[in-house]
Ligand binder design. Structure first.
Ligand code: DAH
Length: 373
């Protein structure tokens, strides 16, 4: 390391002369201003502030100057270096802003461009459940049967053994499309249940008949959390030789096991329907508590109100009068039938609390059920 040299003349150190420093600073500032992008600025930075830059080299000469000259030269070089660093930082900010603005333009996505893919929809969970029930029975050899929603009163009531003045014609709150005086003997109604499909199936098909018939039905109820004037039912009819109530019970049990899992079962309670004899109300074991909430205050069940059972619908052995009305010999054939509302079952199965959600058709309701097929 060179020691201070009293006879050393700073004027002789070219690199430290004021105009030399000024030139270095001017050159650096000009180069910084001329740098067109961040990469160019990196090169300028190395060239004008790096170890080999004129200002760095000049700085190195300072140590060898006598004290007075050292202070002056140090100040000059320090100021020049400070000015260069400041200009570099300012240009860096400018160039970064330019780059960001350019990237925003170059990589912009036009969100208003037409969308080339249709959003995936979802099946209505009611359709999915209805298909699932259909599948359970078609797997056992049943066929899917259909009937019209605008139905002759004869199919909806008369052939099902409802007498003309039967109160059920009113308690079912029927929508009449045409009264019986509308030219024909039978009136026309929006079907109040899927049971008329039983009649159509018996009239149209060869025996034995095993059909499952899901479909829409109508009753003049107000729409609220538990009622809807349009809803879905599923009807089942089996007519063959030697069928009994035991076959009905086994079929129902198989259905609830298929829908809700092992250990599920059903129970029958006496009831009356004109088209079945005997008739029963069918309940299924509560799929949540499996009956364990009954008499067990520590484990109350909201789903079945701790009753252990959930009411599903009606069923029974086909009334011989129905068979006769359809030209089937009740001495030779017997059968069983059941029918229930699908919305209610869906509400249990998916914890839907308000029936209006099922009816309104809002995709925000149907989407979470996905695309189960
Ligand atoms: N159709 C009846 C109703 O809507 C339900 C029903 C009861 C259907 C008994 C049946 C049956 O097939 O056997 O209330």
């Amino acid at each position: 390391m060179s020691a201070p040299n009293k006879s050393y003349d700073p004027v002789e150190v070219e690199a430290l002369k004021p105009d030399a420093i000024e030139r270095m600073r001017a050159d650096a500032l000009a180069a910084i201003a001329a740098a067109g992008d961040l990469e160019a600025l990196t090169h300028v930075k190395t060239a004008h502030t790096g170890g080999g830059s004129p200002l760095a080299l000049a700085n190195r000469e300072i140590g060898a100057l006598p004290p007075q000259a050292k202070a002056e030269a140090g100040k000059r070089v320090g100021q020049a270096r400070g000015a260069v660093n400041q200009a570099l930082a300012a240009r860096q900010v400018e160039l970064e802003a330019e780059r960001d603005a350019r990237v925003l333009v170059e990589e912009a996505v036009d969100v208003t461009l037409p969308y080339d893919r249709r959003p995936a929809g979802a099946r209505h969970p009611l359709t999915t459940l209805s298909d699932r029930i259909e599948d359970i029975f078609t797997a056992m050899g049943y066929e899917v049967a259909e009937g019209p929603e605008v139905e002759a009163e004869w199919f909806n009531f008369d052939a099902l053994n409802f007498p003309p003045d039967h109160p059920a014609r009113e308690t079912q709150d029927t929508f009449f499309v045409e009264g019986p005086d509308g030219g024909s003997e039978s009136g026309v109604v929006l079907r109040t249940h899927t049971s008329p499909v039983q009649i159509r199936a018996l009239l149209q098909r060869e025996l034995p008949v095993y059909v499952i018939a899901p479909g829409r039905v109508y009753r003049s109820d107000e729409l609220d959390a538990t009622h809807t004037p349009v809803f879905a039912q599923v009807e089942l009819l089996a007519v063959d030789e030697g069928l009994t109530m035991a076959d009905l019970k086994g079929t129902l049990d198989h259905m609830v096991v298929s829908l809700f899992g092992e250990g599920m079962t059903t129970r029958l309670r006496p009831n009356h329907f004109p088209f079945t004899e005997p008739s029963a109300e069918m309940d299924m074991l509560c799929y949540v508590c499996r009956g364990e909430s009954v008499g067990n205050p520590d484990r109350p069940c909201r789903t079945c109100s701790s009753e252990g059972w959930i009411e599903l619908g009606g069923c029974g052995v086909v009334n011989p009068r129905v068979l006769t009305a359809c030209g089937v010999d009740p001495e030779k054939y017997s059968g069983f039938a059941f029918g229930f509302g699908i919305e209610r079952m869906m509400m249990f199965r998916h914890n839907v609390e308000d029936m209006r959600d099922i009816v309104e058709g809002d995709v925000r309701f149907t989407l979470p059920f996905g695309m189960e097929i």
